[in-house]
Design a protein around this ligand. Structure first.
Ligand SMILES: [Cu+2]
Length: 139
């Protein structure tokens, strides 16, 4: 990287052109996510809602913003104890399908090579248990 910058600077001197540094350098972006229980059969006050919609879960935060080229590290805490409340963190665009261990923290990491808006979700509770990864283009 440094040799490329030096080569660019040398080229600028030779050609008389100014070389502007990139506005943002790629970095590591770390997020801490948790599963969220919005509606649970264990909550007596939510009985009617469970009957209508089933149990409802989510991720918090549900929007992750990074830049193309960034290394992304996502620590995901699954607050559920297991049983029929299993979760996954699935981000198809990046080939990720991570089973979330009950009452544990799992780590997902990848490099955000593709710019765009990509949905992630839980295989068992999609489409409502979902969020978006926003990868801002590097150029
Ligand atoms: Cu789930």
């Amino acid at each position: 990287m440094r040799s490329i910058q030096l080569a660019g600077a040398a080229l600028a001197l030779v050609s008389g052109l100014a070389v502007s540094a990139p506005a943002f350098a790629a970095t590591t972006r770390t997020f801490n996510l948790q599963t969220v229980v919005w509606v649970s059969k264990e909550n007596p006050a939510q009985k009617k809602t469970v009957k209508k919609f089933g149990e409802v879960y989510g991720f918090s935060p549900s929007t992750l913003v990074v830049r193309q080229g960034d290394k992304v590290v996502i620590n995901i805490r699954n607050l559920e104890a297991g049983g029929d409340d299993g979760h996954t963190f699935t981000l198809k665009a990046y080939g990720i399908n991570q089973t979330l261990s009950p009452l544990s923290t799992d780590k997902v990491s990848f490099t955000a090579t593709k710019a765009g808006v990509f949905q992630y979700y839980c295989e068992f509770h999609k489409p409502w248990m979902s969020g978006e990864l926003v990868v801002l283009p590097s150029k």
